[in-house]
Ligand binder design. Structure first.
Ligand SMILES: NC(=O)C1=CN([C@@H]2O[C@H](COP(=O)(O)OP(=O)(O)OC[C@H]3O[C@@H](n4cnc5c(N)ncnc54)[C@H](O)[C@@H]3O)[C@@H](O)[C@H]2O)C=CC1
Ligand SMILES: O=C(O)[C@@H]1CCC=N1
Length: 269
């Protein structure tokens, strides 16, 4: 079995490692560079993987390297690894660090960038993936298998499309949580207690999403089926329309996409 190295052993790495072990990968084939002692102890206890406090020559064993440090720490983390990992396929889950910057820091041309989202932590994420041309079809399939425990993947053809993925599904859970907050508050304002408002809100979002997934009909048609003529839904939707909610959502996603591009420029090399 080849060796897989993770640089950074936090939330995202733990989600991927947990899934890999469940799918039968031997813990001894996984190496994690993690400077925080408590995090190393947790990785060793929970998973039995090999942990390193700092990069050393044993990283040279790895033919696959997963970059999972916070973006602003990438350069600092990469410097001591670079001498050992240049021949490996690099997979990054870091927001905003472009392939050029990863190539410059690692000396590898074989790079896959992914943009995950936080539901990955419970196996229900979706990640956008972009591969440089030097990455083979077999390596792409291997990356898909690696990320399978975190949820779904979507490939994009251009690296710039990852900025749109970041704006839609990377940041997207925050938009949904914001809507959840607003609906719970509204339910309470309408007279329900906090527990009732929370249950009704979460089950409604989960149920509507599941129905949209299960149906071949477009969301607009599903919406129309809820909306009786002259009824309650119509009254609510008129308020949302008058407030320009669709346009506002469009502007919000565009602001996130532009910010992702700016951050990519800022982390450039
Ligand atoms: N789209 C999203 O919502 C998400 C994006 N991500 C991306 O995944 C990456 C990792 O995020 P998390 O796992 O949530 O962060 P985290 O903070 O849980 O884990 C990062 C780990 O890197 C370690 N670290 C710090 N300096 C290091 C160094 N020099 N060498 C090796 N390790 C070092 C830290 O001690 C920490 O354990 C980030 O770049 C983030 O952009 C992660 C989760 C969700
Ligand atoms: O807010 C951010 O910049 C990161 C990228 C997507 C989710 N979190």
């Amino acid at each position: 079995m080849n060796t897989l190295a993770f640089i950074g052993g936090g939330n995202m790495s733990s989600a991927v490692i947990g899934g890999l072990l469940k799918s039968g990968r031997p813990a001894a084939s996984i190496l994690v560079v993690e400077p925080v002692e408590a995090a190393r102890a947790r990785l060793a206890n929970d998973f039995g993987v090999r942990v390193l406090a700092a990069a050393d020559a044993s990283l040279g064993e790895a033919d696959r390297v997963v970059w999972a440090v916070k973006p602003q720490l990438f350069r600092e983390a990469a410097a001591p690894c670079a001498a050992h990992v240049g021949a490996a396929l690099q997979l990054s889950v870091m927001a905003g660090i472009r392939c050029d910057a990863i190539a410059a820091a690692t000396g590898s041309a074989r790079i896959v960038r992914s943009m995950p989202n936080t539901p990955a932590l419970i196996g229900q994420g979706i990640a956008g993936l972009y591969a440089r041309p030097a990455v083979s079809a077999d390596e792409r399939a291997e990356v898909e298998a690696l990320l399978a425990p975190t949820g779904e993947v979507v490939w994009v053809a251009e690296e710039a499309d990852l900025d749109a993925v970041t704006a839609l599904s990377g940041s997207g859970p925050a938009y949904v949580f914001y809507l959840i907050e607003a609906l719970i508050d509204a339910g309470q304002a309408a007279g329900l207690d906090a527990g009732q408002a929370r249950r009704l809100t979460l089950a409604t979002l989960a149920g509507a999403t599941a129905l949209a997934r299960a149906s071949d009909d477009p969301p607009a048609l599903l919406r129309e089926r809820v909306t009786s003529k002259g009824g309650t839904t119509h009254a609510a939707l008129q308020v949302l329309e008058a407030a320009g909610l669709k346009a506002t959502v469009g502007q919000a996603v565009d602001a996130a996409r532009r910010r992702a591009a700016e951050l990519g420029d800022a982390f450039g090399h």
